[in-house]
Design a protein around this ligand. Structure first.
Ligand SMILES: Nc1ncnc2c1ncn2[C@@H]1O[C@H](COP(=O)(O)OP(=O)(O)OP(=O)(O)O)[C@@H](O)[C@H]1O
Ligand SMILES: [Mg+2]
Length: 254
């Protein structure tokens, strides 16, 4: 049985893509098959796993709008057990083109259902908005993982995101649930970081993952080499953290 997890937070720059890339890579190195679906026209998850966007003839836009089968756009990465359904700038047009479609929230689910049995885990990297692409991700997913950055306005928007999850549950995906919250860019030496973690814990005691992703320059560097942190700097604290997160995700997904 495959498990589909959307990584979402409409707030920009909170670590969605970094978490998508590194969680996917860590799961794949634990000998399960993983597909990372890039649903952001920035295509950072695609390039972050070493895929050259200029080489692609088709991307998720073609899947969602032109009905191209997902197995036609999925590309292998340099790493065993890890595939990407890529995004390019083209995907920016999908928001508008989806509006014209009947069952516009269901486009991704319909396509993903045809390939989901080929993978153990499918991770969807969402764009920084609660737009139709994110709604498609939430409709196709079993669960949502919310990365929250350890900074002052961290909780802003999380309530709205959880309301959106509730709305999707009542309209198109009754079994959707919030899988968990992972704190990113944590710096336990600062009061602010610790205060934010405490606040998130107060609000969502059952959802907070034990694993926190530390702030790490290496995590910012790795994508420019097209590598996950476990390849770029396997002995770093950040690599340890993403391996621990993958273990926690696997335990919860059981
Ligand atoms: N733990 C971390 N430590 C240091 N830098 C990080 C960490 N996680 C992410 N970053 C950096 O912060 C920036 C934003 O991260 P990322 O792209 O993962 O966020 P995002 O939520 O996907 O952003 P967007 O909303 O634009 O899609 C990137 O430059 C990334 O390299
Ligand atoms: Mg992103």
């Amino acid at each position: 049985m495959s498990y589909v997890m959307a990584i979402a937070n409409q707030k920009g720059g909170v670590g969605k893509t970094t978490t998508s890339i590194n969680l996917s890579a860590c799961l794949a190195s634990s000998r399960v098959k993983v597909l990372l679906v890039d649903l952001d026209s920035q295509g950072n998850a695609t390039s972050g796993l070493g895929i050259n966007k200029n080489d692609l003839e088709q991307d998720m836009y073609d899947v969602l709008i032109n009905g191209v089968r997902m197995d036609k756009v999925i590309v292998p990465t340099a790493w065993k057990n890890l595939w990407v359904a890529p995004a390019t700038m083209n995907l920016a047009g999908a928001e508008i083109d989806l509006i014209e479609k009947k069952n516009r929230a269901l486009s991704l689910k319909k396509q993903l259902d045809k390939v989901r049995d080929n993978y153990d885990y499918i991770i969807i990297d969402c764009p920084p908005s609660l737009s139709l692409l994110t709604i498609n991700a939430l409709t196709a997913a079993d669960s949502v993982l919310i990365p929250i950055q350890c900074e002052f306005y961290a909780l802003e928007g999380v309530t709205q995101l959880i309301q959106t999850v509730d709305r999707v549950r009542t309209t198109s995906n009754p079994s959707l649930f919030v899988e968990g919250i992972v704190m990113t860019m944590a710096d336990t030496r600062t009061n602010l970081s610790n205060d934010v973690v405490a606040a998130v814990h107060d609000h969502f005691p059952d959802l907070l993952y034990k694993t926190m992703i530390p702030r790490s320059v290496r995590l910012g560097e790795a994508p420019s080499y097209g590598q996950p942190i476990t390849v770029y700097d396997p002995k770093s604290k950040a690599a340890d953290a993403y391996r621990a997160l993958a273990r926690e995700v696997k335990r919860r997904a059981k």
